[in-house]
Structure formats: C-alpha cells, structure tokens
Design a protein around this ligand. Structure first.
Ligand code: ATP
Ligand code: MG
Length: 328
C-alpha cells in the first residue's frame, strides 16, 4: 500500500507520518518510510540523532543507479540517460517489492529501530536554495517517483511518503501514485486552502483523499474542519504531549502514546487497508503513461533529444503478478 502525507508547511505532515510509521512497525507490518519533503525531518521524527540523520544516503545522488537498475533489459529504454522521472516500466523492466532486498535499497535504505521493531527509511536528500528552482528539486523527488512507478506492493505492506503538496507533484503525476492520501490540515484558512486545491486535482484523477485535522483544540476547531472538509474529514488529532516530549529530546516509548492518538492511528490504518479493495492497476498504469507523455512533450523530449513516447510499452500493465523475479 502506498500512502502519502501532504499538507501545508508546518501542518504536521512529518509528525503524523512518523506516528503512522511507528504504528505500522508496532503492528509488525513491513514498512518503508520515504522522506520526500522539502524539510528533511522524517529521520529525526523517527528518533535518529542529528549525526545519524545527516548520514542518511540521498536518493537524489543515487539516480543513475536507480535508473540503471529499474530499466533492466527493457528494450524501449536502451540507456539510463533517456530515462526521466516519469518513464514507465515495461516488458524487461525490473520491479520493486516492499520486503525484498535489491541494489536500490542497498544504496538508499537505512533501517531505523523503533522500540525493538524496525522500519526502513529512504530520503531524497536535503534541498538547497537552488534546488527549489526547477530541475534539481524535481530530479531528487524524481528518484522517489521512479521507485513508486516500479513498485508492486501488496496488502499489509506499506510505503509511507512524507511529501509536499507542491505544484511539481501535480505536474509529474506523483499525486496519483497513492492508494490513499492523507491531507494534514490545521483548523485555519490556509490549512484548508491547501486541501481545496489538492481536492480539485484529486477529483479529476480519482485520487482517494482524506483530511486529517491536526492541532485541533476544541469543539470550534472541529466544527470549522467539519464545515470546510465535510465527509472528507476522517479524524482529528489534538496537541500531543508525547510528540512534545520527543521534540524536547526526551522521547517516551511508543506504547506510551496517548490513547486518543493511538485510536486516530488505528483509523488511518483501517482506512488505508480498506483502499486495497479499490485498487485498479490498469488505471494506475494508464495514469502513469498519461503523465509521462505530458512531461515528454513539455520538457522531456527537448531535454533528452529523443522521442520519449517510444518508451511506452502499450501491452504492459503493472500489477502484483507482473513481477518476474530477476537476478539483481
Ligand atoms: N499533534 C501535535 N502535537 C504536538 N506537537 C505537534 C503536533 N503536530 C505537530 N506538532 C509540532 O509542530 C511542528 C511542525 O510539525 P511537522 O514538522 O510535523 O510539520 P510539517 O508539516 O512536516 O512541517 P514542514 O512543512 O516544515 O515539513 C513540530 O514542531 C511538531 O513537533
Ligand atoms: Mg515536514
């Protein structure tokens, strides 16, 4: 299952995704945590100290390796130079599974200990001022996108992505890659403005979206979110002393998390699980191709000097059965 946490800056994306990851790990569900947020804080929220977080490998720096591995023996992609972030898999491509070992995870994954259970963590790598222009930011997040587009994940195994709700994810189609998107919103005008914008894109592409209210302080906050998000409002989270203690550098064990917040995480887990039944690999593949052709036309063809539409394998449908084991 692929789950995204998006929302306004500071709304609590990293906090809630880290709690959800801890909850999954505590439930003994295999989980890969992906930090694709501009502020790279997921490692810290999962308990890494500064040195450990700084030592995380950057997926952005592994892009050549990632491309080369994923294209495998796909005859439509003769070199990794012509592979862009939206290049879809086809016959001969290597696909990724959540629980396996492969050269991409060897290069990008670090295992994080969570009270005796574990999660695997990948991070795009820190963004610099110049990344936030165009090309580089995109290519760093592009590493995540390529992995998602080559991932065949099943029920009861999770990839959780902490990411921005920025325009780049709409342009590349990354926002269509998830079984469930949790939009974290504070009960403020700005918080719900991001929700409304996301909702518009989501509606056009049938993207499942639920709102998770955060820093909700009382009945008025709750009423505000209900009014603004209607049935999309799934659950709300209030101030958490557990989170605050962690911020103070005095983390408690996860089983000490407030009962009400544990219940909220249960709700997220059930909601994510229930999305499995609505999966449609054909539509998933079609949308992948749609965004690839769009990106090819708008910048990819010019950048690579080849007709990237030729990378599309018309007969290929990504699915759990599409993964043929190949030697690494
Ligand atoms: N429910 C909560 N209880 C207590 N503190 C919280 C809660 N949610 C978020 N915070 C605190 O609010 C701050 C912002 O949260 P967080 O970093 O998770 O937001 P973000 O959306 O990931 O921000 P950014 O856009 O900077 O990545 C953090 O200091 C975090 O500890
Ligand atoms: Mg964050």
């Amino acid at each position: 299952m692929k789950i995204a946490f998006v929302g306004k800056g500071g709304s609590g994306k990293t906090t809630l995704s880290s709690l959800f990851i801890r909850h999954l790990a505590a439930s003994r569900v295999p989980v890969i945590a992906v930090d694709a947020d501009i502020n790279q804080h997921l490692g810290a929220a999962l308990g890494l100290d500064e040195a450990e977080a700084a030592a995380l490998p950057a997926m952005g720096a592994q892009l050549p390796l990632i491309k080369d591995y994923l294209r495998g023996s796909n005859p439509r992609i003769p070199s990794s130079e012509s592979m862009i972030k939206t290049t879809p898999p086809g016959e001969g491509s290597r696909l990724l599974r959540v629980g396996e070992d492969n050269p991409v995870y060897d290069a990008c994954v670090r295992t994080v200990d969570l009270d005796g259970t574990a999660a695997r963590l990948m991070a795009t790598g820190p963004f610099t001022e110049s990344d936030l222009g165009v090309a580089c930011y995109h290519s760093k997040v592009g590493a995540v996108e390529l992995c998602l587009n080559h991932l065949v994940d099943g029920r009861e195994e999770y990839v959780v992505v902490d990411m921005t709700a920025g325009s780049d994810s709409f342009a590349s189609g990354m926002f269509t890659r998830f079984d469930m998107t949790f939009l974290v919103a504070e009960p403020t005008r700005k918080g719900v403005a991001v929700y409304r914008q996301y909702k518009e894109y989501a509606r056009d592409f049938g993207v499942p979206l639920k709102v998770v209210g955060n820093k909700v302080q009382g009945p008025e906050d709750l009423a505000f979110l209900r009014e603004e998000a209607g049935d999309d409002l799934l659950v709300t989270v209030g101030h958490s002393d557990w989170v605050r203690a962690m911020e103070k550098g005095r983390p408690a064990r996860f089983d000490q998390l407030e009962e009400v917040n544990r219940q909220a995480l249960e709700t997220l887990h059930h909601t994510a699980d229930a999305a499995y039944g609505r999966r449609d690999w054909e539509r998933y593949t079609r949308q992948m191709v749609h965004f690839h052709l769009k990106n090819a036309e708008s910048w990819g063809n010019a950048k690579t000097g080849v007709d990237l539409a030729a990378q599309v394998d018309p007969a290929f449908v990504l699915s759990e059965g599409a993964a043929t084991p190949q030697p690494a």
